[in-house]
Design a protein. Structure first.
Length: 70
């Protein structure tokens, strides 16, 4: 291989690694942005009043949903 061919191959590798690094940073920033948006519903006063019983949204359940989010 000549020096020019070797230089071109090195630049292609560097460009690939730079692109992969920027893509990783962008993906991490997107995850942080989504998680920092927060809950759409307030965490307090979530108990639904249902006189027949059954499923009720309590603060404990809302906390579970909030922490289980991906």
């Amino acid at each position: 291989m000549t020096d020019k061919d070797n230089l071109k191959a090195n630049l292609k590798r560097r460009h690939f690694l730079l692109t992969a690094g920027i893509g990783g940073v962008g993906a991490a920033a997107a995850v942080v942005a989504v998680r920092s948006i927060g809950d759409t519903a307030p965490a307090t006063g979530l108990t639904a009043k249902n006189e027949k019983g059954g499923y009720r949204m309590t603060e404990h359940i809302a906390n579970y949903y909030r922490t289980a989010r991906v």
